[in-house]
Each structure stands twice: as C-alpha cells, then as structure tokens.
Write a protein that binds this ligand. Sequence first.
Ligand SMILES: Nc1ncnc2c1ncn2[C@@H]1O[C@H](COP(=O)(O)OP(=O)(O)OP(=O)(O)O)[C@@H](O)[C@H]1O
Ligand SMILES: [Mg+2]
Length: 219
Amino acid sequence: QIARELHDELGGAMTGIKYELLRLGDNTAMKGTVKKRYRAIRDMVDVTTKTVQRISSGLRPKILDTVGLAAAVEWHTKEFAKRTSIEVDLKQPENLPVLNDAMTTGVYRIIQEALTNVARHSKATRANVTLEMDNEELRVDISDNGKGIEQSQIAHPESLGILSMQERARMLGGQISIASTPGNGTSIVLRVQVHSGTPEQMTTAVPDTTKKVLGGKKL
Ligand SMILES: Nc1ncnc2c1ncn2[C@@H]1O[C@H](COP(=O)(O)OP(=O)(O)OP(=O)(O)O)[C@@H](O)[C@H]1O
Ligand SMILES: [Mg+2]
C-alpha cells in the first residue's frame, strides 16, 4: 500500500513538477545565476524522482501477500501486455514451491524491471517470461525480440535498473545473466537456489570496488 501511494502520489507529483519546470525553462530567457539555479533544481527533481522509484520498489507489493507470486506475475504480465501492446508469453510451473517473502519480492521486482526495460528500450513486439524449477534452482527468463543491448549500455553508470536487478539477485544468493545479440533481442536470466537449506540472505556481499580503488588514482 505504502509502495503504491509513494509511487502513484509522489511519483505523479514529481512528474508534474518536472513538467512545469520544463515549461518555465522554455518560456523564460534566463541567464547567469538564475539559469544555474534553474538547472540545479531540475537535476534535483530528477534525482528525487529516482529516489521515490527506488524506495517504492524496495517495498513489498501487496499483491504478493494476497494472491502469491505466480498469480501476481500473471496479473502483471497481462497488465503489461494491455498497456504496451507487447505480446507476452508467460510460462510457469503449475506448482511453484512456496518461497519466502524476500524471494517473492525480489523475483517479482526483477520481472517488473526487466519488462519495464523491454517497454522502454527494446522496440520489441513480443516478450517471453519463463519460470522453471530445476531441482532446487529457480530460473526466471525474461526475453524479448527487440533490438538488443550493447555491452556498453549494460555498464552505463546511469543505468540503475540493471544494477538493481543484479543487486537484488545477489541479496537472494543468486545471479543475473544478460545475453543479447544486437538486432536479435535480449534475455535476462535470474538463477537462484530456493531450497530451505539456502542461507537466507547474502547481505554482506562485498561490492567489487577493491580493484578499482587500487588501480585508480589516489584520493
Ligand atoms: N530489453 C532491452 N532491450 C534493449 N535495450 C535495453 C533493454 N534493457 C535495457 N536496455 C538498455 O540498457 C540500458 C540500461 O538499462 P537500465 O534498466 O539499467 O537503465 P534505464 O532503463 O535506462 O534507467 P532506469 O535506471 O530508470 O532503469 C538502457 O538504457 C537501455 O539502453
Ligand atoms: Mg530500466
């Protein structure tokens, strides 16, 4: 509930502010300090908008508690297809094992973000979402028939979506792999162990910054 309110109310308000700001910018000849301040406000609005998105997506969507992961994914893919006119083929096992809350939130958000990217970037006409159990491993594949991702775009510092999918996967003790042939679609695959013996969280995963710091310039 809080997640939805944050996203809908605050997100909507931020978009309104941005829109008014852009109009102001278009209709006013600004110079010097005024222009600088204007730009600073505009940048802050962008940053705040992303923060709202991040916070609201970190919270657990209510639908997971009411209908469970499988039905929530089904609902989301249907809504997505309606909204975007991108055909979605969903496949999931009849009896998905019961997964803990952290796992269902993570899997749901990863699917959501991957599909958002399909809509925003891929120019695809079709997408596939496939959930599969292989022994104790859950495999989730979100692929599209769009234009594909370049390696350089994956590593782009402003790309928070892919980073946050990877981060979520790591927190669940799993991993994301991205396969793409330019011109021939993209496939995002999450693999994660779901058996009960899995350590609950790997929150202590150390970011791989050591090498960069050592090899980079001195502070
Ligand atoms: N399915 C896809 N097809 C084609 N390009 C994609 C796809 N998914 C991602 N990309 C490319 O990879 C980039 C990184 O995606 P990412 O989700 O990290 O960032 P973003 O969507 O641009 O911004 P945000 O932080 O709001 O998610 C995108 O900007 C886009 O160029
Ligand atoms: Mg994205």
